[in-house]
Design a protein around this ligand. Structure first.
Ligand SMILES: [Zn+2]
Length: 80
């Protein structure tokens, strides 16, 4: 008798998991490509906000200008 109850619980749990997973994957809102143009990013050197399209990328960090990209982050990596 107890086994049947446990089996039922497992099946219910599995169904719940599948439904939850299906919900997460279905919403096709906000394509990632459309966001990048308007997004504001912060310069790692001076902290100014600027559109992502105008930012310079260097070593995985974003900067407002080529000069700041050369200088690098304001504080050292991992330091505060
Ligand atoms: Zn800067």
């Amino acid at each position: 008798m107890g086994r049947l109850l446990i089996l039922l619980l497992i099946v219910l749990f599995a169904v719940w998991l599948v439904r939850r997973a299906a919900r997460r994957t279905t919403p096709p809102e906000a394509p990632p490509a459309a966001r990048t143009s308007d997004e504001l990013v912060r310069c790692m050197q001076c902290g100014v906000l600027l559109p992502r399209a105008e930012a310079r990328m260097s070593a995985g960090a974003l900067y407002c200008s080529d000069e700041h990209a050369k200088i690098g982050p304001m504080s050292g990596p991992g330091k505060r």
